[in-house]
Every structure is written in structure tokens, then in C-alpha cells.
Design a protein around this ligand. Structure first.
Ligand code: PLP
Length: 397
């Protein structure tokens, strides 16, 4: 059987190898500390679950409009107004099956063969394959630890060519936690307008920010930039609803209409019950978000201090999201009982085998020499995991 060339061009995610191995070890009864999770370890709040139960009891279990119910679109419109000072109408909003689905649909409608899409690295693992699946070309714009993994405006300007269609902006960023300030975003917005490209603003971690930081949307700087911005967001991370699969896109109505067309001929509507639950998430009490973020902040402070105290390791303090992204490059080239640690994958493998700690290799995010540790796990796990890492990396020669 021949698999399509389109799919053959997609590399399997390096995260899968580590995650599958960690899972197999756990199934054998080995106590593995998992720093791999890309989701909050908190339960979905009760009032949201109750809204889903009510939807079930009310028989709200049939097809809905492919692009989502009006009540949820209105809740999303309310969220943009409240949080971002942005005005959208229903034709500018689409509800999809998670933020990932939003990005996938968007790539399908926005990109043509040969279009270039600028993706700053380190990047979320799924951006390049989704761009490739749309027959476009991911152009990786490297950022450095020294700059806090922020794009250099001059380099961004120089990276844009006649074929550039869009820039992917992910603030707060998975995996680095890098979060752009209003001033930095204004500089990016100026370049986007000057060059006449689009910006895809993936705001999925918008609410998971620390030290009182408040995210500003690049779309809020005026009519022109709003028309060039497509916002991707969702309920997964903010409300601990990763399994419910609800994301939303806001942007020019022509783009939303085209995405709706794809959705109508592929997945149809996102789950009816999840839509009702998401409506409650957005319209209901927001205090539990703050409780969760407060807990993440304590863990972040602890894990970053521990990582920076490791010999030869440096780690920037993330302003958002729930990942630490330490630089372990001084360990590359070392050996364990004669076995070489050549790269981030080898180190992740070693930490899993010897320390029984699962981390995600930086290579998955386009950043060799780094590892990603999610602190969306209990403080107790973080303490034990860090003790194990500290002890184990000392054994490298
Ligand atoms: N964008 C980023 C940067 C992410 O890290 C994720 C999930 O890990 C998503 C989008 C998609 O989230 P979901 O599809 O669960 O809404």
C-alpha cells in the first residue's frame, strides 16, 4: 500500500518515542515522573461539567451548525470584548475541535503551494507539519536564549520575502514561555503591515501568565492590523478542558467563511455537549483560572530555581504557559558508562532510563541542546523529579 506523498513528507513527532516509552515503563510498574504533559493537571471546574450534564439531559446531542452554535460564538465575542478590547461579529468567529483544528483549517484556507510561513523557533511541534500539509513552506526564524527567545525585528524583516504569506506568533510560547510585551508587539505589527503579510496569533496560553503580566492582543492596535490578524484560541488550557476539544478562531469574515466551508465538508460541528460546556466556561465565573495560575506560578518559581542551580544548565524564567525550557547543551558530548549523549533526544532517553523522568527533547521544538519540562504536575512530583535529574546528570562524564 502506498501512503500519499503529502503524508510521507511529515516526520513523526520525536515526542512520541519518549512518551510511548514512558507509558510502557509505567505499565510495567516502574515509577516514572512525567514532565511531558501539555495539559493542566487540574480537573475541569464543576460548573462547566454541570453545563455539559445539563446539555445531555436536555437532549442537546444532535448536529449543530458546522461552525458552532450562536450562543458559543456570542460567548467568544464577549471574551474578546472583555479581555482584549476587540469587537467581532458572528461571521468573524468559528468554533472548531480545539486550537489545533483551528490552525489546521486556517492553514488550508490561507496557504497555497510555495507560500512561505515564518515560524519562530523554538516552536510548537505541530506548526511546521500543518504548514507542510497545506503545501506551503515553513521558514524557521531562530531566536536565542540570550534574547529570551524573542524575535529580532530586523531579522524578521529580512526573513520576509515576496512569497511570505504569514507569520506565526505564539505568545505565551510553547515551549519557552516567552511572552511579548505591548511595545514588542507593536514593532511586529508595524512590520506585518509594512510587508503586507498576515499574522496568526496563537493565544492559547493567554490566561496562563505570571507576576501580574497581562497579555495584549496584536489585533487591538487598530483596524488595519486587525484585518491582517487571525487569532487562534480555545478553552483547553485556560479551563483545563483539553479533552473537550473546543477551539475558536477570530478574523476577517472571508477567511472564517472559507474555514467554515472546510469544516462543513470534513469534521462538521465540534461536539454539541462540549460547545455548551465551553459557553459556560467563557460566560461563567473565572476565579478558578486565577487559582490554577497561582499554583503554576509557585511551581514555576521552584522548578526554574532548581534548574538554574544545576551545574552547566541555564533556564529563562517563563512569563507564561507551564513549561520550563532549560539549556542542557553543556551535557551534549558527555557519556554515561561509555554511551554517548549526542543530542537532546539521547539526553531525554538517558533521563528516562536512568532517572525515570520523562522530558521532551528540544529537537522536537527546533531547539537542539534543550529539554522541555512541563510543570503541570504536582509539586511533590516536581521535587522528586528534580532530585532525580540532579543526581543523574552528575553521573555523566
Ligand atoms: N497551540 C499551542 C501553542 C499549543 O501548545 C497547543 C496544545 O498543546 C495548541 C495550540 C492546541 O490546543 P488544543 O487543540 O487542545 O486547543
Amino acid at each position: 500500500m502506498t501512503i500519499s506523498r503529502r503524508v510521507q513528507g511529515i516526520k513523526p513527532s520525536p515526542t512520541l518515542t519518549i512518551t510511548a516509552k514512558a507509558k510502557a515503563m509505567k505499565a510495567e510498574g516502574i515509577d516514572v515522573i512525567g514532565f511531558g504533559a501539555g495539559e493542566p493537571d487540574f480537573d475541569t471546574p464543576d460548573h462547566i461539567k454541570k453545563a455539559a450534564i445539563k446539555a445531555l439531559e436536555d437532549g442537546f446531542t444532535k448536529y449543530t451548525p458546522a461552525g458552532g452554535i450562536d450562543e458559543l460564538k456570542d460567548a467568544v465575542i464577549g471574551k474578546f470584548k472583555r479581555d482584549n478590547g476587540l469587537d467581532y461579529d458572528r461571521p468573524q468567529i468559528l468554533i472548531s475541535c480545539g486550537g489545533k483544528h483551528c490552525f489546521y483549517n486556517l492553514a488550508q484556507v490561507l496557504f497555497d503551494t510555495g507560500d512561505e510561513v515564518i515560524i519562530p523557533s523554538p516552536y510548537w511541534v505541530s506548526y511546521p507539519p500543518m504548514v507542510t500539509l497545506a503545501d506551503a513552506l515553513p521558514v524557521i526564524l531562530e531566536t536565542t536564549e540570550e534574547s529570551g527567545f524573542k524575535m529580532d525585528p530586523d531579522r524578521l524583516r529580512r526573513t520576509i520575502t515576496k512569497r511570505t504569506k504569514a507569520l506565526v506568533l505564539n505568545s505565551p510560547c510553547n515551549p519557552t514561555g516567552t511572552t511579548y510585551t505591548e511595545g514588542e508587539l507593536r514593532e511586529i505589527a508595524d512590520i506585518v503591515l509594512e510587508k503586507g503579510i498576515y499574522v496568526i496569533s496563537d493565544d492559547i496560553y493567554e490566561k496562563i501568565v505570571y507576576d501580574g503580566f497581562a497579555c495584549v492582543s496584536i489585533a487591538s492596535f487598530g483596524k488595519e492590523i486587525k484585518e491582517r490578524t487571525i487569532i487562534v484560541n480555545g478553552v483547553s488550557k485556560t479551563y483545563s478542558m483539553t479533552g473537550w476539544r473546543i477551539g475558536f478562531t477570530a478574523g476577517p469574515s472571508s477567511i472564517i467563511e472559507a474555514m467554515n466551508k472546510i469544516q462543513g465538508q470534513s469534521t462538521s460541528n465540534p461536539t454539541s455537549i462540549s460547545q455548551k460546556a465551553s459557553q459556560e466556561a467563557l460566560n461563567g465565573p473565572q476565579d478558578l483560572v486565577g487559582v490554577m495560575v497561582g499554583e503554576f506560578q509557585k511551581r514555576r518559581n521552584y522548578v526554574i530555581d532548581r534548574l538554574n542551580s544545576l551545574e552547566g544548565v541555564s533556564c529563562i524564567k517563563p512569563v507564561g504557559a507551564f513549561y520550563a525550557f532549560p539549556n542542557f547543551s553543556s551535557y551534549m558530548g558527555k557519556t554515561f558508562r561509555g554511551k554517548p549523549i549526542r543530542d537532546s533526544m539521547d539526553l531525554a532517553d538517558y533521563l528516562l532510563d536512568v532517572a525515570r523522568v520523562a522530558v521532551i527533547p528540544g529537537a522536537a521544538f527546533g531547539a537542539e541542546g534543550f529539554e522541555r519540562l512541563s510543570f503541570a504536575t504536582s509539586m511533590e512530583n516536581i521535587e522528586t523529579g528534580m532530585d532525580r535529574i540532579e543526581k543523574t546528570i552528575r553521573e555523566l562524564e
